[in-house]
Design a protein. Sequence first.
Length: 218
Amino acid sequence: MADKKTHDVKPHDVKPHDVKPHDVKPMKPEEILNLIHANRGTAICVPTMTTGPHWRTIAPDDLSVGCVGFMGGASSLGLGLALAQPDRRVLVLDGDGSLLMQLGSLATVAGAAPRNLVHFLFKNGVYHTSGAQGIPGGLTVDFVAMAKGAGYRMVCAIYDIEDFKRRLPEILKAEGPVFVELHTGLADQTPMTARGGVPFPKQVSDLRAKLLKPRARA
Ligand SMILES: Cc1ncc(C[n+]2csc(CCOP(=O)(O)OP(=O)(O)O)c2C)c(N)n1
Ligand SMILES: [Mg+2]
């Protein structure tokens, strides 16, 4: 007979990991990106969707590879890089609609258990890049619970930019895979309003060339 206890667990029995504080405005994605950039050291970064345009302006021509064409693929690309470069941190800057489209990637990342991977999720509740349509479940989707269930080593949700600033150094040093759900408003630019940037194949070959050079730096 199946374990009845397991089947009786209701969603409201799940303990909240980080309780949302009242009266906190969503964080500005640009401020989050500035802080990540200032603290990343020599980490490789994989921005996607609306994290891309601002990242391009603050971190041009460095160890970054942006992806838009393959929705939901940022963490898989990050995983490959993390496994190939175990002595370097890899930071994935993901979108909530994208992650929903490839939820299985959470289990893939957790199963591979890269100690050097940090997966930041920019949770804005919409597909901002394609016109701000609501994602299934809107802001109620609990990605922290899903990442924890998949087996990420450390998970948390952050609502406030001062809290993010305080916790970022510890997050960047923690043993991965780490998952951080960031509660954000909408970015000023999207890949549709700020077109351009280096084509993906060239970004990949540039990154490869930099990583193969001894002592490549961000
Ligand atoms: C398989 C697939 N379906 C639809 C699209 C169209 N599309 C491009 S970006 C995007 C929205 C991305 O939303 P999200 O990941 O939440 O990032 P945000 O734009 O909110 O930062 C969509 C639906 C696509 N690129 N690929
Ligand atoms: Mg979104």
